[in-house]
Design a protein around this ligand. Structure first.
Ligand code: SF4
Length: 181
């Protein structure tokens, strides 16, 4: 099975075209301001906590975990995913479930937490049977999308206004990506 990343899982809940573009390694604009904000939040928000950004290359899955911390005495990891707002909360939860599942498959006990520092929120995420079914459906969708020879056409969604692919998708269109669906 081809490699799936947490970022792909995240966008499975947002835009199928974006999944296709990323799966085919057509990278977005690296200078996009929202990408910069994401990096800043990841690096600066929790300076006093001894948490670390960790990149793991597991078979079939690449993971860059925002923060990982060993929980004292419980033999369990805390894996936190940091987001700039709760606007794409379902997508962020799916991404974190993907990480928890991959860690579980490699014998690592972990619990998840979504962190939205600008809203002062910490939301626990658990790998329940229902969550596993949801994750399996998203992975099946990603694999089906990747097999398509061409990307799905652009479809205006709320995420377009902040998407690093916006220029690519809408440059030659009369449609305004700023408009909501
Ligand atoms: S700009 Fe909109 S349609 Fe294009 S990849 Fe981004 S979210 Fe999808």
């Amino acid at each position: 099975m081809e490699r799936v990343t947490g970022t792909l899982v995240h966008y499975a809940h947002v835009c199928p075209r974006k999944v296709w573009l990323m799966a085919h390694e057509l990278g977005p604009d690296e200078d996009h301001p929202l990408l910069e904000l994401g990096r800043f939040l990841g690096e600066r928000t929790y300076p006093r906590e001894r948490l670390r950004r960790v990149s793991l290359a597991l078979p079939g899955a690449g993971m860059v975990l925002d923060w990982v911390r060993a929980e004292d005495g419980e033999g369990e990891l805390l894996v936190a995913e940091v987001k700039k707002s709760s606007r794409l909360l379902k997508a962020a939860r799916l991404q974190l479930l993907f990480y928890l599942k991959r860690l579980e498959e490699h014998g690592v006990a972990a619990r998840g937490e979504l962190r939205i520092p600008q809203e002062r929120k910490r939301i626990p995420v658990e790998l329940t049977p229902e969550a596993e079914r949801e994750l399996a459906a998203a992975l099946a969708e990603i694999h089906a999308l990747r097999e398509q020879p061409l990307p799905p056409p652009p479809r205006r969604v709320g995420h377009c206004r902040g998407c690093a692919y916006a220029e690519f998708c809408w440059a030659e269109s009369d449609l305004d990506p700023e408009e909501e669906r």
